[in-house]
Design a protein around this ligand. Sequence first.
Ligand SMILES: [Ca+2]
Length: 319
Amino acid sequence: MYAHPANTIDQPAFLRARLLDVWLGDWDRHEGQWDWAEVKDARGRVRYRAIPKDRDQVYFRFDDGLVPWLASRPFLVSKFHTFKPEYGYVPGLVRQARFIDARGLSQMTRADFRRTATDLQRRFPDSLIERALHRLPPAVYALEGARIGSALQARRQTLPEAADYFYLTLARQPVLGGTAQAERFVVHRYPDSTTVRVFSPALSQLNRGDSLRFQRTYFNAETRRLTLEGLGGNDVFEVKTTGAGRPIPLRLYGGKGHDQLQLQGHHRRLRVFDEAPDLVAAGGPAPSCPARNTGPSTGSTTIKYTIPLTQRSLLAPAR
Ligand SMILES: [Ca+2]
């Protein structure tokens, strides 16, 4: 995905897989827990479809003792989640996957989350839950079957609410990355929302005239801070601010290459970081050097793909 904009994750399919994780209470879904199927089209675009594996934390039970109680407190932002009829603290439940969620769900809207959740509700009738639980060993079914079954039914009823909480968790401080190729980030900031479109000239070589890679509107009511990373290539950031209100705070990271910033309107709540001193616009904010360790880290060392040093950015996982 870093190498070329023609490589993308199948986001609707990944959202279905992640909502299944949420329903099952599988909190351990970091990037090492997935394989990826490559689906190539005739024009050379590659879509990656997620294949979940290592479901060893499903129906996890962690509620018998003081240490487990402490480890599951929301104020400790625990990743450990006991499987119960209620979802509990959703940001903790999805936290282990935040590195891959930021990339695999970046274009999924609040409506997509709700629609997918209600679709999954229909696909998991009581008869299916019962049939699945009967595949447990008989001794386990006798001991846990009824408890798991009723919890699955209760969680199915409130899956849309949990999906909404999941969406809001991801929408709070999104980080959007470019690729190693040149991109043009077109940002329109309004008092109540910010619209981002990303164009990749490398894409129009595959499909003439179509270079739009990404498009999304972020809302002040949901988003506290928005970060855009150009990564490699000579990137252009066009930022237009309309009105005198308080737009979503925006952070731009130019990354490698000779990057350009074009500003229209005021530049309040805008911070600019670049490794070369070329990301300046007349009257705009002075760029700072990117500080390390301010981006999201995965807390995981099992990540399988590696990012060449020249493309590594704040988005790169902690080693
Ligand atoms: Ca780039």
